[in-house]
Design a protein around this ligand. Structure first.
Ligand code: SF4
Ligand code: SF4
Length: 506
C-alpha cells in the first residue's frame, strides 16, 4: 500500500514532556561509579562468554566477553579496573530476574587499550567493515538491541535502495537522540556515509520529527557540503520512531504483514547506532558508553548524560539532582514502550535510551473497566489491527484467534492502550500472548530438534548394523573361497612339497 508522504496510519499525540531534559547539553563528565555491573546479555541473542577471571585487571576498551552466536555481541570494559566478581545481578527488567554479569571495580586510571582504527574505511571491503562493527559490540541502540553488523550484512544481501537514519525519537520524555543530533551532527553524517557505503544504498535519508528544530538545523548544516544526504522532516506523531511507520512516512511504502523492511529495499538504523558505528570505524572505539535521558517529575535536574555501560541507575539519578520525591514508577525507556524497573540498583545497558522516575500524577494509574466497544483502539493502531479482539482472545488464552486478529504484527507500541477510555491494559495482554506463543514455538522447535536427532541416530545405527552385516557376509564369503577343500586323499597334498624340496636340494 502507498501512503501519503509524511503520514502514518493511526498513532497518537501523547504529551511530549521533552523540554526539561532537552535544554541542557549532554553531560559527559559524570564521576566514575564505585562499581560497574556488565550483564553478559545486553543484546537480542545468547549470553556472551566471559573472557576474564576474577581478580584480573582490565583496560578500558578491552574485550571482556565474546559474542556466543549470531545474535550475541561482544562486551568491552568501559574503564580500566579489576574484575571483582562474575556473579548474578538484578537486570533492568520488570521481572527483576537475576542474570550473570561481570562486576568491575574502576581504578580511576581510565587506561585505554591501544586502539587500531582502520586508516581509510572508505577504501576497505564492506565485509571487513561489518566485521569491525561486530567486533566493537555495537547493537541497535534505538531499542532493538539486535547486533548492528547483521543489519549491515543483510543490507548487502538484499538490494537496498534507501537507508533511513532514524532521528524521530517519538517516545515522550526521551531527548537523547535530539541532543546527540544537535551536538554531534558531523559524526552522524559521517556515520550515515559509512553505513551507506557498507550496504551500497542508492539514497540516504536522515528523518527527524518536526518538534526538533535545532537538530534539523544542525544536521542540515552538517550534510550541506557532503552531498546526497537528505534531511527529511516528518510530523511528530507517536509511534513515528517505529521502523515500519517511519518508512511509511518517508517513502509512502508499507512493509507488508510478516515482512521486513529490507524486503522492500529499505534499511533503518537509529542515529545513536550510526554514531556508534562512526566511532568504531573512524576511531576504533568499541561500544562502552551511551547517551541516555534521565528525566521524570521525581528527578531534580532532568538532562542527558553520557555514561559508561554498567553504571548503576541510582548513580545517574544522584548526579542529575537526585530523586526529589519517591517515584511511583521507575522506567527504562519511555513511558509508552519502556520497561518498569524493580529498583534503581540495576545497570545502564546498551539499549537504555532513558531512565525515568515518574510521579503518581505522571503515571496516571486508573482501574480498568469493561470494554465499551468504542473502537478508539482500532483507529489508533498504526498497524491496522484489532486490539480489542486481540486482547479478548489473549485473555481467554485463545492465541490462534489473537493471531488471526493480528497479534503477530503488533509492535507493542501502546497507542491502543493510551486512547482506551476503559484503561484496559491492552499491551500487557499482547505481551503475555506473545510470550506464551514464543514459549510454545521454542518448545515445538526443541521437540522437532529432538525428533530429528533421534531419527538421525536411528538411521545411523541402522546403517552401522547394515554395514556390519555386509562385512560379516563378505568375510564369510571370502573364507568360503579361501578354505581348502577337504578331499578323500589328504596325504597326496602333503606329499607334493616334499618332492619339490628334494628337487631344489639336488
Ligand atoms: S478503546 Fe478500549 S474500550 Fe474502546 S474498544 Fe478498544 S478496548 Fe474497548
Ligand atoms: S500495541 Fe499493537 S495493537 Fe496496540 S496500537 Fe500498537 S500495534 Fe496496534
Amino acid at each position: 500500500m502507498l501512503f501519503g508522504l509524511g503520514r502514518i496510519r493511526g498513532g497518537v499525540h501523547p504529551d511530549g514532556h521533552k523540554a526539561d531534559s532537552a535544554r541542557f547539553e549532554i553531560n559527559s563528565h559524570l564521576p566514575l561509579p564505585d562499581t560497574l555491573w556488565l550483564p553478559l546479555c545486553q543484546h537480542s541473542g545468547e549470553d556472551a562468554k566471559a573472557l576474564v577471571q576474577v581478580g584480573e585487571r582490565v583496560l578500558k576498551g578491552q574485550r571482556i566477553a565474546a559474542a556466543a552466536g549470531r545474535f550475541s555481541a561482544n562486551i568491552h570494559a568501559p574503564t580500566s579496573g579489576t574484575v571483582t566478581a562474575i556473579d548474578t545481578i538484578t537486570m533492568p527488567h520488570p521481572s527483576g530476574l537475576p542474570a550473570k554479569a561481570i562486576i568491575l571495580q574502576p581504578d580511576g586510571q581510565e587506561e585505554w587499550i591501544a586502539l587500531t582504527p582502520p586508516p581509510d574505511p572508505f577504501a576497505m571491503p564492506q565485509e571487513e567493515l561489518a566485521t569491525l562493527v561486530e567486533q566493537a559490540g555495537i547493537v541497535g541502540m534505538g531499542g532493538a538491541i539486535f547486533p548492528a553488523a547483521i543489519k549491515l550484512r543483510q543490507g548487502r544481501r538484499f538490494e537496498i535502495k534507501t537507508l533511513i537514519v532514524n532521528g524521530s525519537e517519538c517516545e515522550p520524555y526521551l531527548t537523547t537522540d535530539d541532543r546527540l543530533m544537535r551536538e554531534r551532527a558531523v559524526e552522524i553524517v559521517e556515520g550515515a556515509r559509512l553505513v551507506r557505503y557498507i550496504i551500497e544504498a542508492y539514497r540516504t535519508i536522515i528523518a527527524i520529527e518536526d518538534n526538533k528544530p535545532q537538530a534539523i538545523a544542525a544536521l542540515q548544516e552538517a550534510a550541506a557540503n557532503v552531498g546526497a544526504i537528505e534531511i527529511v522532516v516528518v510530523p511528530a506523531r507517536y509511534p513515528m520512531g517505529s521502523a515500519k511507520q517511519l518508512i511509511q512516512a518517508v517513502t509512502g511504502l508499507e512493509v507488508p504483514a510478516g515482512k521486513r523492511s529490507n524486503d522492500i529495499g529499505v534499511l533503518v538504523h537509529n542515529v545513536a547506532t550510526v554514531y556508534a558505528i562512526q566511532q568504531a570505524l573512524i576511531y576504533g572505539k568499541p561500544l562502552i558508553s551511551r547517551i541516555t535521558t534521565v528525566a521524570g517529575g521525581c528527578v531534580g535536574e532532568p538532562r542527558n548524560v553520557e555514561a559508561l555501560l554498567g553504571t548503576p541507575i541510582r548513580h545517574l539519578f544522584e548526579h542529575c539532582g537526585g530523586l526529589i520525591a519517591t517515584p511511583a514508577r521507575l522506567l527504562m525507556g519511555g513511558p509508552m514502550m519502556g520497561q518498569v524497573l524493580p529498583t534503581t540498583d540495576v545497570p545502564l545497558i546498551k539499549g537504555s535510551s532513558g531512565v525515568l522516575a515518574l510521579t503518581r500524577a505522571e503515571v496516571n494509574e486508573h482501574m480498568p473497566s469493561p470494554c465499551i466497544r468504542c473502537g478508539r483502539c482500532v483507529d489508533a493502531c498504526p498497524m491496522g489491527l484489532l486490539p480489542l479482539e486481540m486482547a479478548r482472545s489473549s485473555k481467554q488464552d485463545d492465541f490462534d484467534s489473537a493471531q488471526d486478529a493480528g497479534l503477530r504484527d503488533c509492535i507493542l507500541c501502546g497507542s491502543c492502550a493510551y486512547v482506551c477510555p476503559s484503561h484496559i491494559p491492552l499491551v500487557q495482554y499482547f505481551e503475555y500472548a506473545k510470550g506464551e506463543l514464543a514459549e510454545s514455538r521454542a518448545g515445538q522447535q526443541k521437540l522437532t530438534y529432538t525428533q530429528d536427532l533421534m531419527a538421525a541416530r536411528k538411521e545411523r545405527l541402522e546403517a552401522e548394523a547394515a554395514a556390519k552385516e555386509a562385512a560379516k557376509q563378505a568375510k564369510k564369503a571370502k573364507n568360503k573361497v579361501k578354505k581348502p577343500r577337504k578331499t578323500a586323499e589328504p596325504a597326496a597334498d602333503t606329499a607334493e612339497p616334499a618332492s619339490t624340496t628334494d628337487n631344489a636340494g639336488a
